[in-house]
Write a new protein. Structure first.
Ligand code: CA
Length: 130
């Protein structure tokens, strides 16, 4: 069963993403204002179990990726399926280790079962999907 978005959870996800990405800004404008829901990741295959919402600014070219160098809130080595919001045309790259280290796997569409990538992802990168 896919969990519904709830405002409280959205706010919490945005807050922790801002911390994880270090997006603090001195500008008056809210630096998170243009964040999009890029994907929902789940602890089990087939979009089951606990869900986590991944937000990022609009995805840019490979030369300017948005990175989450360390998955937060206990999500290290936990993701098993991914519901990708393809309308944003983002490519997600999963990395086995933190800070984009180790083997990688590119995600271009929903993945109901990550197979040998179950409970393995430790950091992710978002770029624009050509
Ligand atoms: Ca890992």
């Amino acid at each position: 069963m896919i969990k519904r978005l709830r405002p409280a959870k959205l706010v919490a996800a945005l807050a922790s993403l801002a911390l994880a990405l270090g997006t603090a800004s001195t500008a008056e404008a809210d630096p998170k204002a243009d964040y999009q829901l890029i994907a929902v990741v789940y602890e089990h295959a087939n979009y089951e179990g606990e869900a986590y919402y991944l937000y990022a600014p609009p995805c840019k070219a490979f030369s300017k990726p948005e990175n989450i160098n360390e998955l937060y809130d206990g999500w290290n080595d936990r993701i098993s399926s991914i519901d990708l919001y393809t309308e944003h045309k983002c490519l997600i790259v999963l990395f086995e280790h933190t800070w984009l280290g180790g083997p990688r796997r590119s995600i271009r569409d929903d993945v109901a079962d990550l197979g040998d990538w179950h409970d393995r992802t430790s950091s992710v990168s978002f770029t624009f999907r050509m």
